[in-house]
Design a protein around this ligand. Sequence first.
Ligand code: NAD
Ligand code: USQ
Length: 438
Amino acid sequence: MRLLVLGGDGFCGWPTSLHLSEKGHDVTIVDNLSRREIDLQMEVESLTPIRPLGERLNVWQETSGKRIRFVNLDLAQDYERLVTLLTDLRPDAIVHFAEQRAAPYSMRSPATKRYTIDNNVNATHNLLCAVVETGLDPAIVHLGTMGVYGYGWSGSVPIPEGYLTVKVPTPDGDIDREILHPANPGSVYHLTKTLDQLMFAFYAKNDNLRITDLHQGIVWGTQTAQTARDVRLINRFDYDGDYGTVLNRFLMQASINHPLTVHGTGGQTRAFIHIRDTVRCVEIALQNPPAAGDKPSVFNQVTEVHRVSDLATLVSRMTGVDVAHLPNPRKEALENDLVVNRDRFLALGLQPTTLSEGLLEECTDVANRYRHRADLTKIVSRSVWNRGMPTAPDLMTDTAAPSEGTVIDLIAHEQNDAGRPLHDGGAPASNGALPLAR
Ligand code: NAD
Ligand code: USQ
């Protein structure tokens, strides 16, 4: 297949591009490198030393004999260039990863809220509009999120794959209707994914576009078979308080003996998937597109569900590192249960990679190898959901602090500790080492 991978320089897009290229597809990456630019603004870098995209692509050609093309284009801004690209390339399928994807970054300031909406909504709408304008019929596979459903809304009933059958009371009795699962976003970022869903429903109905929306859980891990082939192909590893996600953060924190940063009680339960399964799921979705005229096809792209406190306990047991309970910078349920239906990928042959399969150690090895690159002032999350919410000070100023596998409770500090949201690219709120109460 001739494939366009939008956002192919990112954490999920890069390994997916390599995987699809390895499978013999003709891959072109579209990316405006905005993720690298945000790192520069925030004065932080991937823990792993990712190489410039041009170098990555040359190394891929050297090691695999396969060529991946790259077009630097802003999907949200360069509409006419997108139309020209589609017309020239005539892709059989398009994989859309190209959005601002961090919930904390999307809540950081009015500027980042507005950027996230402008970027994500325009990127998705420009894509749909351009496909219609060109008259092409590519299968479109979009990376959505489990967060569109919200957490705990349906109690112990499994979250279905996109659609819910409801009873509508009428004077003539109840009628059954299938609706898009009610949207319940928990951040401006998640809000953009719920808006994407409405755009997909409209363009599938009005223009017969063939769209698959993958409601993905939190991706963990770093490497795939292809990115591990040469150090210059290494995938990015975000560990900072905005872009780092919880399990990778815990593994990185353990590698430098930093207390594990549990927000609140850690009763939040979330869905997870390893990066190796992400690339496989995208491939499966490309092989199984909906027909023209079908509603968007939704898969829950999830292999496991875990409570944050259980993950912290697991990593603490593996490594002996302390667990710290910090004031939660987010407005979210303190505790929730999560039951997710994920039958569709299993039926199509996905063999889930689970936490128990030695991959935690593999991820820890990557974190250990590059821990010297960590900036200790970037670890505590300080993008708050409402102005004035308290956040923790830095927990470490050097990597030699002792660890006894104890639990540290900083939530008691909440009342005295003024909220300290960071400004864009600003200095960390505190550099002082925290006296750890034991
Ligand atoms: P990422 O930020 O690492 O990658 C996104 C890529 O898209 C970046 O390379 C960025 O430069 C590019 N991009 C952003 N806006 C663009 C634009 N306007 N034009 C062109 N390129 C643009 O993010 P990721 O972790 O790889 O996530 C990829 C997708 O998967 C996102 O849509 C995200 O919402 C979704 N997702 C990610 C996770 C996760 O845990 N990482 C979980 C669920 C869903
Ligand atoms: N959390 C901690 N400590 C940390 C970091 C996070 O306790 O150091 C908690 C958060 O408060 C939250 C949970 O862990 O309750 C998950 O946070 P996260 O940053 O790992 O993930 P999230 O913000 O939900 O976003 C990530 C991706 C996003 C994707 C989403 C899938 O960044 O792109 O859409 O996972 S899902 O969570 O299923 O919606």
